[in-house]
Design a protein. Structure first.
Ligand code: PSU
Ligand code: MN
Length: 305
């Protein structure tokens, strides 16, 4: 790192650095899912398992987080463990990523912030659970995740299980269309709903193999188009919770969030943990399964690129 005031504090782990230099496939992973998406110790166990899946597919995982004001691209096991246990970690998005860098804070990266960091680091493929989107009731609250805007401007392929089903899925898809973000169902004509394979809403585009996803991305680059794409990969059948079963828990959790005046960045973590409680951990098991499934596909896409 150089010491000029404006230089970007970004470091690679030894493993990611070696992979980048060797031209190996690298898959970025976010860290908000660790700090705000899952409880300890499931969070760190999942993070480690997801990295292993990417390695077993022949790619290299790069979990991204901000530690004491420095962007880390690739975390060592002890860093992952410490982040998973730490409290008061900032949940960073486009608006406050640079704030954490400027003030030496520790923060986890959401989909938006992970895309920014991955792109700066030269990584084009990223696996997560579910992208943020338009919340139910957004016509009142204006709560629309910055993840959507980021997809519209930063050229990273985001492999997800769609968007979290606690959101307003039709409105989210409308915003993505407006922003020019391709939404590609993987082996499905129906947009998946995170814990469930079905949403009742058709997926705008469909591809059935990783190489075609990679080619689609390079064609967008060749056209000079900005922005990334969302690959919507349904949770494996054996792990899904059917939509009608989920909906009751979702409505109850959102209701509870409203009653307690949960707002802004706290909404998604609150609702996710509330649903995990209500389902006695079943929703968490499904969340873990879908992240692993996305990591596997992301590794294949990264290799094809
Ligand atoms: N996927 C998960 N769990 C999560 C997230 C994604 O399985 O917790 C995180 C991502 O970091 C995403 C964020 O960017 O939830 C969305 O937050 P918000 O709705 O506040 O934009
Ligand atoms: Mn929000």
């Amino acid at each position: 790192m150089s010491e000029t005031l404006s230089s970007l504090p970004l470091v690679y782990s030894a493993q990611v650095k070696a992979a980048m230099e060797a031209g190996q496939a690298v898959v970025a992973l976010e860290s908000t899912i660790i700090t705000h998406g899952m409880p300890y110790p499931a969070n760190v166990e999942t993070a480690v398992a997801v990295e292993e899946i990417i390695r077993s597919e022949g790619a290299v995982p790069a979990t991204i987080a901000i530690l004491d004001g420095v962007i880390h691209v690739g975390l060592e096991k002890d860093q992952l463990e410490a982040l998973a246990k730490q409290r008061d970690v900032m949940k960073l998005s486009r608006a406050d990523l640079a704030f954490a860098l400027a003030t030496g804070r520790t923060g986890s990266t959401t989909v938006a912030a992970t895309m920014i960091c991955a792109h700066r680091a030269g990584i084009a493929v990223f696996a997560t659970g579910g992208v943020g989107g338009v919340h139910r009731g957004a016509e009142e609250t204006f709560d629309i995740s910055a993840d959507l805007q980021e997809l519209g401007q930063t050229p990273v392929i985001v492999v997800s299980a769609g968007v979290k089903a606690l959101l307003d899925i039709p409105k989210t898809l409308e915003v993505l269309e407006t922003l020019g973000v391709p939404v590609v169902g993987f082996e499905t004509d129906e947009f998946p709903a995170f814990w469930s394979r079905q949403s009742g809403i058709p997926c705008p585009l469909r591809l059935d193999d990783a190489a075609k996803i990679a080619k689609f991305h390079t064609m967008r680059q060749a056209l000079g188009l900005e922005g990334g794409m969302m690959v919507a990969n349904p949770v494996p059948e054996g792990d899904e919770i059917p939509r009608n079963e989920m909906e009751t828990d979702i409505l109850e959790a959102i209701d509870e969030a409203n009653r307690r005046n949960v707002t802004a960045k706290d909404v998604t973590p609150f609702v996710l943990s509330r649903i995990a409680e209500q389902t006695s951990g079943r929703s968490l098991e499904t969340n873990i399964a879908l992240v692993k499934n996305n990591a596997c596909l992301a590794a294949k896409v990264a290799k094809a690129l």
